[in-house]
Design a protein around this ligand. Structure first.
Ligand SMILES: *[C@@H]1O[C@H](CO)[C@@H](O)[C@H](O)[C@H]1NC(C)=O
Ligand SMILES: *[C@@H]1O[C@H](CO)[C@@H](O)[C@H](O)[C@H]1NC(C)=O
Ligand SMILES: *[C@@H]1O[C@H](CO)[C@@H](O)[C@H](O)[C@H]1NC(C)=O
Ligand SMILES: *[C@@H]1O[C@H](CO)[C@@H](O)[C@H](O)[C@H]1NC(C)=O
Ligand SMILES: *[C@@H]1O[C@H](CO)[C@@H](O)[C@H](O)[C@H]1NC(C)=O
Ligand SMILES: *[C@@H]1O[C@H](CO)[C@@H](O)[C@H](O)[C@H]1NC(C)=O
Length: 491
């Protein structure tokens, strides 16, 4: 039954051509042929090459142990701790016949402590967060409030010890002090392009023109507070409204109910018996790796959360490395430790899994379209509102999660899929040619034009706006009017 839902949805989307509704562009503008809504496989690279994943001994020169990409290594290089984003140093300005009209940024929050579910049953070492403050408070209409700062305290009298770290002063998760500073730099880098270089953003903050949006998970608000400060230092210490949708329907996270997408992912991905998914988990190299990891961590070998995929070990190890902590050792035997090569083997498998779930599987497109279609439609509506003159917003900034970024990359059919690391960013730029009034879009991923495997999208570098809008409309409908149907199990 579950499998049927995903196949039916995939069939509905594949090879369907879709003609965009009447365009807002002048009729003399370049038109796009009807959108091709089919799924196209990603490039064959080391990331999705199972032999390389199982038998390779490295992590492709990718960075997992510092927010700073060392000098001499291209900034473009994958850095799990702080992914490359658009910066003035690498930014290419389109020819001056184009003028910038709208920018929408979406990115994953910056580096954090691990989620509690990803900590080992008993942890050696600890995480301290006394070097930062997290504020939570409410203010009535007079706006008076003490700025309540949480001090995470483990009580010696409370017999229930939290799993994970003894004596920790952190929440699991929370953005770390270093992650907050990475966020601030990210904001400053974007200001360097969109204000300093392009004179597009106003010099002083204008809440009608610059908008922020977060998800229900408080870690995105922690990041937004520093992104905003990086963009506009004068916002520090001021009241800054950000939008957030009700928890159970949040389209940015995403959180709206979408059973057809859930059962599709479950039919071919994590927890499924699909042989092409199981292959990397059942390989002897992986069985042995899990056994060695479990011996160090004390994780129950039959705990499926830890063995259905590499997510938990990946998060546990990478969060440590990103914060310059050493790889973990067994609590009873300090000589029995996770080695760097075991960590690399975990990271190769994690990247492979994200590529498989969001791009390599032919079911990935329909599962992502259903579960992230609402955000796509909101983006299309934001772009249209600028084009038809009904919106004066210049810039929207969304702080989201890896699940948001993965689905978005899945829908755009990025040619090489990775697990979107901390701070990973996609920028949508809307440009207008002054002489003709025609509209164009550019989509930046890691700060460079994103290349889609879908030939009708191709390199998303100053393409006629209808190429993107027609594709989004075709998949999710205007105002996401197809998404309720795509999410229902009967579809
Ligand atoms: C993916 O393959 C296409 C076509 O061969 C190539 O143009 C593109 O550069 C490749 N992408 C990456 C990131 O290597
Ligand atoms: C990170 O790992 C690389 C490769 O193992 C190593 O050369 C580098 O010194 C490490 N950097 C830090 C900051 O630990
Ligand atoms: C991962 O587990 C080890 C082993 O107990 C622990 O020392 C380490 O702090 C954990 N790291 C994270 C990021 O959860
Ligand atoms: C936690 O604090 C207690 C009391 O100070 C101390 O005895 C214990 O060794 C600490 N545990 C760790 C893992 O640091
Ligand atoms: C440490 O030793 C205790 C007592 O023998 C045992 O119960 C526990 O499972 C061991 N923990 C690990 C992670 O090996
Ligand atoms: C591991 O999990 C299984 C299944 O939940 C349980 O029966 C077993 O007792 C657990 N083993 C340990 C050492 O906790």
């Amino acid at each position: 039954m579950k499998h049927f839902a995903s196949v039916a949805t995939a069939g509905l989307l594949s090879s369907t051509a879709y003609a965009a509704p009447q365009s807002i562009s002048p009729s003399s503008c370049p038109t796009s042929p009807p959108a091709d809504l089919g799924w196209y496989p990603p490039n064959k690279t080391m990331i999705n090459d199972l032999d390389r994943v199982l038998y390779g001994g490295d992590i492709y020169g990718y960075i997992f142990n510092s927010s700073t990409t060392p000098p001499g290594i291209p900034y473009q290089t994958y850095n799990w701790c702080n992914m490359p984003h658009a910066r003035r140093q690498e930014y290419t300005t389109p020819p001056s016949v184009y003028s910038l009209k709208y920018v929408e940024v979406i990115h994953r929050h910056h580096k954090r402590t691990p989620y509690a579910s990803n900590t080992f049953p008993v942890e050696t070492g600890t995480w301290l967060c006394n070097d930062e403050s997290l504020y939570y408070y409410g203010a009535p209409s007079d706006n008076n409030a003490a700025q309540i700062a949480w001090s995470i305290t483990q009580s010696p009298t409370n017999p229930f010890k939290p799993t994970g770290f003894q004596n920790s002063t952190c929440q699991f998760p929370q953005i770390t002090s270093e992650g907050l500073l990475d966020s601030r730099q990210h904001g400053a880098d974007l200001f360097g392009i969109y204000h300093d270089l392009l004179s597009f953003l106003p010099s002083t903050f204008d809440p009608e023109k610059v908008k922020f949006r977060v998800t229900n998970n408080v870690i995105t608000s922690q990041v937004a507070s520093q992104i905003a400060t990086g963009l506009y230092p004068s916002l520090a210490g001021t009241r800054l409204p950000v939008t957030v949708q009700p928890t159970d329907v949040d389209s940015l996270e995403p959180q709206y109910p979408c059973p057809a997408s859930d059962s599709s992912y479950e039919s071919y991905g994590v927890g499924s018996d699909d042989p092409s998914w199981r292959e990397h988990l059942d390989a002897p190299e992986t069985t042995q790796l899990f056994a060695e990891l479990d011996r160090v961590s004390g994780v129950n070998t039959s705990d499926s959360d830890w063995h259905n995929w590499f997510d938990h070990y990946f998060d546990n190890l990478s969060a440590k490395l990103c914060h310059a902590k050493s790889l973990p050792c067994n609590i009873n035997d300090s000589a029995l430790c996770v080695t760097p090569s075991m960590a690399d083997a975990v990271f190769r498998r994690g990247l492979y899994e994200y590529s498989y779930i969001y791009r390599d599987s032919p079911h990935s497109l329909s599962a992502s379209v259903a579960s992230y279609g609402v955000y796509m439609a909101e983006l299309a509506a934001n772009i249209r509102a600028v084009m038809d003159g009904s919106s004066e917003v210049l810039y929207r900034h969304n702080v989201a999660h890896d699940g948001s970024m993965s689905r978005l990359l899945s829908i755009l059919q990025v040619d090489v899929m990775v697990w979107p690391g901390m701070g990973s960013e996609i920028v949508f730029e809307l440009w207008q040619k002054a002489s003709s009034g025609c509209w164009f879009v550019r989509v930046l991923w890691k700060g460079q034009p994103l290349r889609s495997s879908n030939p009708m999208l191709g390199s998303l570098d100053m393409v006629p706006v209808d190429a993107l809008l027609g594709y989004v409309d075709g998949l999710v409908g205007i105002n996401a009017n197809k998404v309720l149907g795509l999410c229902s199990e009967e579809s």
